[in-house]
Design a protein around this ligand. Structure first.
Ligand SMILES: NC(=O)c1ccc[n+]([C@@H]2O[C@H](COP(=O)([O-])OP(=O)(O)OC[C@H]3O[C@@H](n4cnc5c(N)ncnc54)[C@H](OP(=O)(O)O)[C@@H]3O)[C@@H](O)[C@H]2O)c1
Length: 305
């Protein structure tokens, strides 16, 4: 297939482009600067310098492609996570940006739009498994995600082709800045637990997120959770990270106290035991790392080199 990727230089995108090329697809990728264009070219993609917010530029750039993978996001790094201004950028990417992508894909006659979303928009379900039809929460941080998801569904309903939403778990792996920061803290015996230690965190290694994006080129339109097979409790997740870093956690936090920080963190403090059953069945996809235990060990071996 001929595939157009946005966010190809990001955490998921940089794993996705090689995975697409290895599967035999031809890749064009949006670049925001000449430096990023050169980087994408070196990685085997054809760069296109167009604005994510400009439908008139996007439509001709999309023409001739079979699918558009919208992986552009602007989630602030941990140091700026509480900044309203930083969150506004992400909101704009997910609202205006995703709408322009769908409009342009419809105009260009593209057959498929795959939209990145997150599984942190489900309600806290304690230890119950969460499928795609479980109740979601409309708190401020999720507004942009719901807008982006609505765009993909609008693409399907407009008769343009298949709109696919991928709700990723908390991703980790080489190339994700927050993972590298958590790994460094773990190496200094500091464990991170956000929310109740017995609550669940559903995660996905970046390599598995990338293979899921490739598999999403073949699934029927709809919404799919993309998480690993075995969500861990937050306590077990911190233990898995400490083990991978080769250090015992002496300090662990902030735990339940993180809930006091309000809705910017509620996405990360809730208990989410998310199931990947629908995507496994539709795509024949399976994660290489069944849980963060195996995935963090593999990540550690890369981060140490
Ligand atoms: N998603 C999670 O699970 C999660 C959880 C916690 C923390 N984080 C952290 O959040 C930070 C950001 O992660 P991220 O998921 O947003 O991915 P990212 O790694 O920052 O990548 C975002 C991608 O979207 C592109 N992009 C951003 N704004 C754009 C715009 N206005 N127009 C076109 N393209 C645009 C970027 O392009 P450029 O290369 O040109 O910038 C990049 O390719 C990282 O530190 C990550 O570790 C993520």
């Amino acid at each position: 297939m001929r595939v157009f990727v946005t966010g190809g230089t990001g955490a998921i995108g940089r794993h996705t482009i090689p995975a697409l090329l290895e599967s035999g697809h031809a890749v064009t990728a949006l670049a925001r600067t000449p430096q990023k264009a050169a980087l994408l070219h070196a990685r085997g993609a054809r760069p296109a310098m167009v604005s994510l917010f400009d439908r008139a530029e996007l439509a001709p750039a999309f023409a001739g492609h079979d699918a558009v993978l919208n992986l552009a996001t602007s989630i602030p790094p941990m140091s700026r996570f509480m900044s309203a201004a930083a969150m506004r950028d992400n909101y704009r990417v997910r609202t205006e940006g995703s709408a322009a992508v769908v409009d342009a894909a419809l105009e260009a006659g593209v057959g498929r739009v795959v939209q990145e979303s997150v599984s942190m928009l489900y309600r806290d379900q304690g230890s119950r498994w969460i499928g795609e039809d479980a109740p979601v929460d409309h708190y401020p941080l999720t507004r942009g995600n719901f807008a982006a998801e609505a765009g993909a569904h609008r693409f399907t309903e407009s008769g343009g082709g298949a709109g696919v939403v991928l709700r990723f778990g908390w991703f980790y792996g080489p190339g994700a800045e927050h993972s590298e920061q958590l790994f460094a803290l773990a190496g200094r015996h500091i464990g991170t637990v956000l929310g109740r230690p017995g609550g669940y965190v559903s995660s996905i290694h970046l390599a598995d997120a990338a293979s899921a994006v490739v598999a999403a080129l073949e699934v029927p339109a709809g919404t799919y959770n993309v998480v690993d097979d075995e969500p861990l409790t937050k306590r077990s997740y911190a233990f898995a990270l400490a083990r991978a870093a080769g250090a015992t956690a002496w300090l662990s936090g902030p735990g339940r106290a993180a809930c006091l920080l309000g809705d910017r963190l509620t996405s990360l403090t809730r208990s989410l035991r998310v199931s990947n059953a629908r995507f496994r069945a539709a795509a024949g996809w399976a994660p290489r790392y069944r849980s963060a235990r195996e995935g963090w060990l593999a990540t550690a071996s890369v981060l140490r080199t």
